[in-house]
Design a protein around this ligand. Structure first.
Ligand code: FAD
Ligand code: NAD
Length: 479
């Protein structure tokens, strides 16, 4: 038996690496097991988020957005720059550099905080032992008082569109295209589909999205999802709702996709096809016999509100457990669990986890939509303020979208905030803080916001709950 630890974390994504750093900061002897190897065969930290998720996708979104601004919008501002062209190789090289800087940064943080890095695949055995098998096939077993499983998720595959080497790909493959596909098919108009579809649309692809549901973005407030659909289709994303893929066939260097919609059977040919129909919890080869850790019917590790599994001292966090599959959700769970192991009374507020879709305009929300609030039995009052009435949005040439504040009419408490607009992903933070502190719409309305900022639209939407927005025709006189 090798070393004994206070805490062993399995998986170094944003759930696991944050848990490991926090545990080490609290003075716990901590190790983190990671099996992800990069192209050079070197173990890398950061998981899906840093290697093939949040970070590389945002790098491509930012570059492609700047390209569109330069190509289509600078002229309106009086800036002439002649022909604008895109160097895909350079765009990809920058993305790869950002990824390697950040993954290297996590390894550096492990060293600085005294986290022992164990390279290889971790397997949980009974009695809180972890077997780690390296790339050379050699295994070593470690003992810990506490284990945190943070093994994340992987893309769901569907039988009608099995992955191929380079024509039918998942989100990771779609971050690696070496040239702009002329005709790009996307199965699933969810978060990944919209973000990666936007990247390649901006760079010139004809993008067709096949979404099985009849409703667009059902998790988003209806008013906001309608506006999102309007904005994104205006940019040229052809989003087909109620389109069920029944088969696909690779012919030469093309993919022919068959699907059915309200008009019957359809067929469309693409140069590349991205399959992004959700992700599943990843527990392959993770659990030995008699560990006491149970999976639910969808494959998620079963945990309680504090991320404790059925086995005392064994916790699970991040995408591998229930809740939204978001990096910051996993990280906060990691902090909570490390604190609990250290003996503190920690908890997490699952009602105030923000979500952001990094399209342009961005879409961001926290808490309940108007429809969810009604379903949950609230008497709902809302306030909406459009960016078209914001001085800063006009100055920024970004007047699309709105802020919507949803409140419980009986208490005026803010129970949801929904934004579509420029920098919505940054603006939502103030709504999260408001909700975390149990703010009322009046609290927000009585807060002083800097002028001219986009955040004034949040202020105005809070004022609008009572019909008193300043820069909008009032619905009612203040009594
Ligand atoms: P992961 O990040 O999946 O990490 C799990 C780690 O565990 C991996 O490194 C894996 O190699 C390792 N592992 C698994 N099994 C073992 C084992 N047996 N032994 C050792 N190691 C193991 N979320 C956001 O919040 N914002 C975004 O903008 C965003 N964009 C995304 C874009 C894309 C294209 C994708 C695919 C996802 C995106 N996500 C985003 C989701 C986000 O990446 C995940 O929610 C997040 O990475 C989950 O963190 P995690 O630590 O639970 O798991
Ligand atoms: P998703 O659940 O957001 O969207 C999947 C979409 O595919 C859904 O609209 C679903 O109805 C559709 N679908 C499912 N099966 C289908 C089929 N057979 N044919 C056609 N459509 C089908 O999942 P995703 O976009 O794959 O993203 C996975 C996870 O990663 C999400 O949970 C998300 O939270 C996370 N993520 C977050 C961000 C972000 O925070 N900005 C970005 C990317 C990914």
């Amino acid at each position: 038996m090798a070393d004994k630890f206070d805490v062993i974390v399995i998986g170094a994504g944003p759930g696991g690496y944050v848990a490991a750093i926090r545990a080490a900061q609290l003075g716990l002897k901590t190790a983190c097991v990671e099996k992800w190897v990069n192209r050079e065969g070197k173990t890398v930290h950061g998981g899906t988020c840093l290697n093939v998720g949040c970070i590389p996708s945002k790098s491509l979104l930012e570059t492609s957005h700047k390209y569109v601004e330069a190509r289509d919008e600078y002229g309106d501002l009086g800036i002439s720059i002649g022909d604008v062209s895109m160097d895909i190789e350079k765009m990809m090289a920058r993305k790869d550099k950002v990824v390697s800087q950040l993954t290297g940064g996590i390894s550096g943080l492990f060293k600085a905080n005294g986290v022992t890095s164990l390279e290889g695949a971790g397997k949980l055995l009974k009695d809180k032992q972890v077997e780690v098998t390296g790339q050379d096939g050699e295994s070593q077993t470690y003992q810990a008082d506490n284990i945190i499983i943070a093994t994340g998720s992987v893309p769901v595959e569907i039988p009608p569109a099995p992955m191929t080497e380079d024509l039918i790909v998942d989100s990771a493959g779609a971050l690696e295209f070496q040239e702009v596909p002329k005709r790009l098919g996307v199965i699933g108009a969810g978060v990944i589909g919209l973000e990666l579809g936007s990247v390649w649309r901006r760079l010139g692809s004809e993008v067709t999205m096949l979404e099985a549901l009849d409703t667009f973005l059902p998790v988003v407030d209806e008013q906001i999802s309608k506006e999102t659909y309007k904005q994104l289709t205006k940019q040229g994303l052809d989003i087909k709702l109620g389109a069920r893929v029944t088969g696909s066939e690779v012919r030469d260097s093309e993919v022919v996709v068959k699907y059915t919609d309200s008009e019957g059977e359809q067929e469309q040919t693409f140069d590349k096809l991205i399959v992004c129909v959700g992700r599943r919890p990843y527990t392959d080869s993770l659990l030995g016999d008699d560990t006491g850790v149970e999976l639910d019917e969808r494959g998620f590790i079963q945990v309680d509100d504090t991320c404790q599994t059925g086995a005392p001292g064994v916790y699970a966090i991040g995408d591998v457990v229930r809740g939204p599959m978001l990096a910051h959700k996993g990280s906060e769970e990691g902090v909570m669990v490390a604190d609990i192991i250290h003996g503190e009374k920690a908890e997490m507020n699952y009602e105030a986890i923000p979500s952001v879709i990094y399209t342009a305009p961005e879409v961001a929300w926290v808490g309940r939509s108007e429809q969810q609030a009604q379903e949950d039995g609230f008497e709902v009052k809302t306030g909406v303020f459009p960016f078209s009435a914001s001085g800063r949005a006009m100055a920024n040439n970004a007047t699309e979208g709105m802020v919507k504040v949803v409140t419980d009419a009986s208490t005026d408490r803010v129970i949801g905030v929904h934004i579509i607009g420029q920098h919505a992903g940054e603006l939502i933070a103030e709504a999260v803080i408001a909700m975390e502190f149990g703010s009322s719409a009046e609290d927000l309305a009585l807060t002083c916001f800097a002028h001219p900022t986009l955040s004034e639209a949040v202020h105005e939407a809070a004022l609008a709950v009572d019909g008193h927005a300043i820069h909008m025709a009032n619905r009612k006189k203040k009594s």
